[in-house]
Design a protein around this ligand. Structure first.
Ligand SMILES: O=C(O)CCC(=O)C(=O)O
Length: 598
């Protein structure tokens, strides 16, 4: 197998720091290209030469007429000229002038790669480190109004100093190479901006700009803003071939090249195993596969099932009590919206609740007796307009949270021991972003949180095959269900026949994107218990047939803290709104529903 490969784009982006772009073929950070993905059919004069030591590719987007497959009506986008100032072209040009190595990757649709990657199940492979020896503009035919577009070409050269390309045998290493005229190279950026040319550069007598001799048919000006661009003796040539000197790879030895194989984590900070680094994917040293972290209790290779586990410690809710929403959140959400009809007595509640739509009525918090020695807490109610329903928030308090603390402990223990199987399941639509604005990506696409379903099957996550009936569910889930039932009964003054609990666990920076709980047959009450870190819960209006694009502004934002129980009451809450939950750090939530009761 290749030394670094993956089945899905998500695996690459979550595990490989040199390529974290879900959409573009160029991944750059602060104008520095880290990775470049070769894929699809070649444009004319794209080459994979000398066993891949010299690769010419067109890069930078915009130059093909494409169907934009965002959910909703697909839009046709006309090809446009690439400009040197376009984000990706600019970054590639900077890598060229800095002679900065970057990583080339290829997907199984890259037609010039001499091996069939899909035959071995590899959708993406990492080729290795390359540097850009030449960058120039060309005209290419395009199906737009002008019949052609300016597109930038880049010549990538293998960085010597990293061994041979993994796909060729060492005998084929014997290629005729040009020495690098600059001498030994380094992986650090170079100050001298001129390219290391054995290829001759000539200045244009119209624009004075220098262009290399790229084609055997003769020199031409390659400055797209010059009137002489792309012509020899005033004529555009139909057939162009590369000049022989241009095709000879330049032997450039780099020192201190980085190791591309992602290192696995071998120690923890304070024995915390839910920080961002633990949510990232990993590289299997046995088979080379990049895998997302899809099991809560350890990393596992999706190809050869090799496991990597680091022991962690249980966390307590106290560790998260200090969390406060950022000040700008308070101001932008509450300050900008006028006409909020709220009935607060005291600003003391503002860190907890921000209602931002005039039509939503935020009722005065009601003191609320919890019974069982839990003392009093506050019950906040938001009445949605046009009888769409109500949203209740029963706040946790240190006295009332004894049960929640214990449930939080059990959840962590049982997830760690594999008694509670928290998994990241594939989304039904393979897309990044939320469900209403989704960009298709290749391969399986997993949720950005871990979950487990107990009780009745719930379609939303992982289909119905991953459900554990209540009589086999771990005590954490049963405890959460009992607490949710009890608080809902007190708040709504009736028993709710909850028969399903979705437990969701979030490592640092994970979240649940916008969605509504609108599965067929779902009862009108959905209630959740929050554990661990605080989280923002935003509600926004759902897209309708009249208004197919959802409104981007949130109509209500709540902050859910450890021990809080949130209740969404009424079908209208799900029909007219969707919600997202963005935890500030490690968090677990149990959400109870009534499936098949409506
Ligand atoms: O509180 C949470 O973490 C998310 C609950 C939720 O939106 C759901 O399970 O659908």
């Amino acid at each position: 197998m290749p030394p670094i490969w993956a089945e899905s784009r998500q695996e690459v982006c979550e595990s490989f720091d040199y390529f974290r772009s879900y959409q573009s073929g160029v991944y750059s950070l602060k104008d520095i290209v880290k990775g470049y993905l070769l894929g699809g059919s070649p444009a004319s004069r794209d080459i994979f030469h000398c066993g891949g030591r010299l690769i010419v590719s067109h890069g930078g987007g915009k130059a093909e007429s494409i169907l934009d497959y965002r959910v909703g009506a697909a839009r046709f986008q006309q090809a446009q000229d690439q400009e040197a100032t376009d984000k990706s072209v600019r970054a590639l040009l900077k890598s060229y002038t800095d002679k900065r190595p970057l990583v080339l990757l290829a997907d199984d649709k890259y037609a010039l790669f001499p091996y069939d990657l899909s035959a071995s199940g590899c959708t993406y492979v990492v080729l290795g480190l390359y540097w850009i020896s030449h960058a120039w503009a060309e005209y290419q035919p395009a199906s737009n109004g002008c019949g052609r577009v300016v597109r930038w070409k880049f010549a990538f050269q293998w960085c010597e100093g990293q061994g041979n390309p993994w796909w060729i045998s060492s005998e084929s290493d014997d290629v005729d190479m040009l020495p690098d005229p600059i001498g030994g190279c380094r992986s650090a950026p170079r100050q001298d901006p001129s390219p290391p040319d054995a290829v001759v550069n000539m200045a244009c007598n119209k624009c004075s700009q220098k262009s290399p001799v790229v084609y055997s048919q003769g020199w031409m000006c390659l400055n797209p803003s010059c009137t002489s661009f792309w012509s020899i003796g005033g004529r555009e040539l139909e057939q162009l071939d590369y000049d022989a000197s241009f095709l000879r790879p330049i032997k450039t030895v780099f020192t201190n090249l980085p190791e591309l194989r992602p290192a696995k984590l071998i120690e923890t900070m304070d024995s915390i195993t839910t920080s961002y680094a633990f949510s990232k994917g990993w590289h299997c040293e046995k088979c080379g596969r990049l895998s997302s972290r899809f099991k809560w209790e350890h990393w596992e290779c999706s190809y050869c099932q090799l496991i990597h586990k680091l022991p962690g410690r249980l966390r307590t809710a106290k560790e998260f009590w200090h969390q406060r929403p950022p000040a700008e959140f308070l101001h932008s959400q509450v300050g900008k919206q006028s006409g909020l009809r709220h009935h607060y007595h005291s600003l003391a509640f503002l860190p907890h609740i921000h209602a931002t739509l005039a039509e939503i009525i935020a009722c005065r918090p009601e003191p609320f007796e919890l019974g069982d020695g839990g003392g009093f807490t506050n019950h906040l109610t938001f009445i949605l307009p046009n009888e769409r329903g109500r949203i209740h928030l029963l706040l946790g308090t240190p006295l009332a949270n004894k049960q929640a603390d214990e449930i939080f402990r059990q959840y962590q223990e049982q997830a760690e021991e594999g008694e509670l199987l928290l998994r990241r399941y594939p989304l039904r639509l393979n897309c990044v972003s939320d469900r209403s604005n989704c960009i298709a990506v290749r391969g399986t696409f997993l949720t950005n949180y871990f979950s487990q379903n107990s009780g009745e099957p719930y379609q939303y996550v992982g289909g119905t095959g991953n459900t554990v009936p209540f009589d086999k569910a771990p005590s954490s889930v049963c405890g959460a269900l009992a607490l949710i039932k009890e608080r809902s009964r007190l708040a709504l003054q009736k028993d709710i026949p909850f028969n399903e609990v979705l437990s969701a666990a979030y490592m640092e920076k994970q979240k649940m994107s916008f969605h509504s709980d609108s599965e067929r047959g779902l009862g009108p009450v959905v209630a959740s218990l929050s554990l661990g870190s605080a989280a923002f819960m935003h509600f926004r209006a759902r897209a309708t047939s009249k208004e197919p694009k959802h409104s981007s502004s949130n109509v209500l934002t709540l902050i859910l803290r450890h021990g809080d129980v949130l209740i969404m009451e009424g079908d209208g809450v799900q029909q007219h709104y969707e919600h997202t939950v963005i935890p500030m750090n490690f968090r677990i939530a149990a959400t109870a529903r009534c499936i098949g009761t409506a």
